[in-house]
Design a protein around this ligand. Structure first.
Ligand code: HEC
Ligand code: HEC
Length: 613
């Protein structure tokens, strides 16, 4: 193998093809490209190569290694004007640093990792209030949206602090929710478990109501003393002449703005109970889970396994599937910020049912996969999909739909030769990786590298002219021809030779994921050549290429799921946990349910080191 080719494989395949750089080779790289400014007396920017000159520095000065790797990876160092390493050398070096840092981190064994305090995000808050009060009102709509952190999800602790804006909105929302519940028969029955009656004073009744309500709200047992401030509110309200019921709802409003409700502050097995239910249901634990925690039975592998199975089958796991898939694949924005052009795609624009089916197809598919315990590789290629009558028409594929419920999403076998297996055959995914008015092999290629394989291309350099600008008078060129011109330029080729080919193979799908054999009157050219010279064509061969990279995909998905499950960004030391999970899933034929199970059974998820059995 030529050295550049070798490095390319190395960068993409991670440590699979092994034989990493030797330490002295890595030092050579640093000396060549960084030494001019960061050695001798120079040491500009507070960074000196002395800091990283021996192997002990991985442990002694991890920070410097992380910094220098990040600056290299982001193409910030060496700065413009200085001699540049090739993209392959750059990535080969960064991958080597990663591997070394990981080796260092894992030498200490598997660890639980950080457990930052975080509040419920908007979706969790909504679902929790709904379950707690038994109401079906989208009360979270008025709350500010949550940013994404860590592995790219909106449940990451890094982003979930409490701003003054939040506090005010939570007060309003708590009032709204309680006013609504006070009028609902079902909610009243659930909340008002005691009434003032013969021998029961209003205050005794209020206390009983709190004793049933607050532990559920706080997701842990609650001492009587903790109820006193709420009783105080009840008294204050009564002393102003309020009736019993309004005084009760006034008091309960305060529970909904308590940090114990808004933040995940549970301890021990109750923390595990909440982690589990917020992971798989996006809401509070039910009675069974709560009881298992109380009896200290929850943190047992057999119990957890059985629970995962039961929880995935429960309708509420739809919540998990939707939040995970839509954020992982970015399909959440589809129909909103990402809206295909209404003039070019009138059917999509006017048919709300079709839009809904398109958006939810990958969500249902993911959940069905878990329940059916099929291989996770079905996401890359599959004999099955989720179909509806709308999707059938849009995708131009005949599905064996159940005649009684043709418009309902259902797991269906794809006909032979449909070319629709896996998420890359789904219109939602093909649309979010397109522009509103045309497909972009670059966007789709970057999407595959990033979302699917977890090897994102470096960010594009600034000041690249957009594709649309053509010289006046020149014959119009196709997107492919224009991209080919870019790739002729060596500075562009470094990235685009890697990004574009996978996107070219998907050119038979238009920007809303319909099949096309022609584009602008010419036959679609779906041929592609990888950076290593290997040629392939069309979506089906692309799927084979991706299948060869299945372990890269599995590792990426595991990273995403673990980050989502823990509600935080992963650290270097979590990568040892990820390794173990990946290994176990491989041993189990890539089983999707095994993946969820292994995450729940992992040390960081189960928490408190001393309870790991
Ligand atoms: C032409 C001079 C030059 C070269 C060559 C150079 N750097 Fe720098 N470096 C700088 C300057 C100037 C700063 C301070 C300004 C800044 O941080 O951007 C800096 C800052 C840094 C910092 C410290 C800032 C931080 O993020 O903590 C690191 C680390 C770094 N460089 C790494 C490298 C690495 C690794 C290389 C080689 C791949 C390299 N540099 C090559 C000029 C250079
Ligand atoms: C460091 C890697 C990198 C380099 C170098 C690079 N690009 Fe890109 N380019 C990207 C990425 C990543 C995207 C996708 C951006 C996104 O996700 O929006 C992109 C997008 C584009 C697009 C938009 C594609 C479309 O369908 O409209 C064009 C055009 C483009 N690049 C041209 C160039 C040209 C010309 C050069 C050389 C001068 C160049 N790029 C160099 C990474 C790179």
């Amino acid at each position: 193998m030529k050295p550049t080719l070798y490095l390319y494989f190395f960068a993409v395949a991670g440590c699979i093809l092994a034989e990493p750089l030797r330490f002295d080779e890595a030092q050579g790289f640093l000396k060549n490209y960084c030494g001019g400014c960061h050695s001798g007396k120079a040491g500009v920017g507070g960074f000196h190569l002395e800091k990283v000159k021996d192997k002990g520095s991985f442990a002694a000065d991890t920070h410097s290694w992380v910094r220098l790797k990040t600056r290299i990876e982001n193409h910030e160092m060496p700065p413009k004007g200085a001699p540049m390493p090739s993209l392959d050398a750059r990535e080969g070096f960064a991958t080597w640093v990663d591997a070394e840092l990981k080796r260092e981190a894992c030498s200490l064994g598997i660890t639980v990792g950080p457990r930052p305090l975080r509040r419920l995000n908007r979706d969790e808050y909504t679902a929790t209030v709904q379950d707690l009060l038994d109401i079906h009102l989208d009360i979270g709509a008025g709350l500010p949206a949550d940013g994404a952190g860590g592995e790219g999800f909106d449940n990451a602790a890094e982003t979930l602090f409490l701003s003054p804006l939040h506090s005010e909105k939570y007060l309003e929302t708590a009032k709204l929710a309680m006013d609504f519940a006070a009028k609902e028969y079902k909610s009243r029955a659930r909340i008002l478990v005691a009434k003032p009656g013969p021998g029961v004073t209003p205050e005794m009744a209020a206390r009983r109501i709190l004793q049933s309500f607050v532990p559920r709200a706080f997701r842990r047992p609650v001492a009587d003393a903790e109820l006193l401030p709420y009783l105080e509110l009840f008294r204050a309200s009564r002393s102003k002449g309020e009736e019993f019921e309004p005084a009760v709802f006034f008091m309960l409003r305060a529970v909904l703005v308590s940090p114990n409700f808004l933040f995940r502050m549970e301890q021990g097995e109750y923390a595990l109970a909440s982690r589990l239910s917020y992971f798989l249901w996006g809401s509070l634990p039910d009675e069974l889970i709560f009881d298992l925690a109380r009896d200290k039975k929850l943190n047992q592998p057999a119990v957890l396994r059985a629970l995962v199975d039961r929880m995935l089958r429960n309708d509420r796991s739809q919540n998990f599937a939707q939040r995970f898939i839509e954020q992982w694949l970015h399909t959440r924005d589809l129909g909103g910020d990402k809206m295909p052009d209404a003039k070019l795609f009138p059917q999509y624009a006017k048919d709300e049912d079709l839009r809904g089916d398109i958006r939810l197809q990958p969500v249902y598919f993911f959940r069905e996969m878990l329940i059916r315990k099929v291989s996770i590789l079905n996401l890359l290629d599959s004999e099955f999909t989720v179909g509806t009558s709308h999707l059938e028409k849009h995708m131009g594929v005949k599905f064996p739909l159940d005649p009684g419920r043709r418009s309902q999403p259902q797991w269906v076998k794809l006909p032979e030769g449909s070319k629709r297996g896996g998420i890359l055959g789904m219109p939602a995914v093909l649309a979010v990786s397109s522009y509103p008015y045309r497909t972009s092999p670059v966007l789709r290629g970057a999407f595959i590298l990033d979302a699917i394989l977890g090897t994102p291309p470096p960010p594009p350099p600034p000041n690249v002219p957009p594709l649309g600008e053509e010289k006046a008078g020149a014959a119009p060129k196709s997107v492919r021809e224009r991209l080919a011109m870019h790739r002729a330029d060596a500075t562009c080729a470094g990235c685009h030779n890697r990004i574009d080919p996978m996107g070219f193979a998907l050119e038979n799908y238009d920007s809303v994921g319909r099949w096309r054999d022609e584009d602008g009157g010419k036959p679609v050219d779906n041929s592609a050549e990888m950076a290593d010279g290997r040629k392939f064509a069309g979506p089906q061969e692309l799927r084979s290429v991706l299948m060869e990279k299945r372990d890269l995909f599995l590792r990426n998905l595991t990273n995403k799921l673990l980050g989502y499950a823990l509600g935080r960004g992963l650290t270097l030391r979590d990568s040892c946990t990820v390794d173990a999970i990946v290994e176990e899933v491989k041993q189990n034929n890539y089983s999707s349910s095994k993946l969820i199970e292994a995450i729940v059974l992992s040390a960081p998820f189960r928490g408190e080191a001393e309870t790991i059995k």
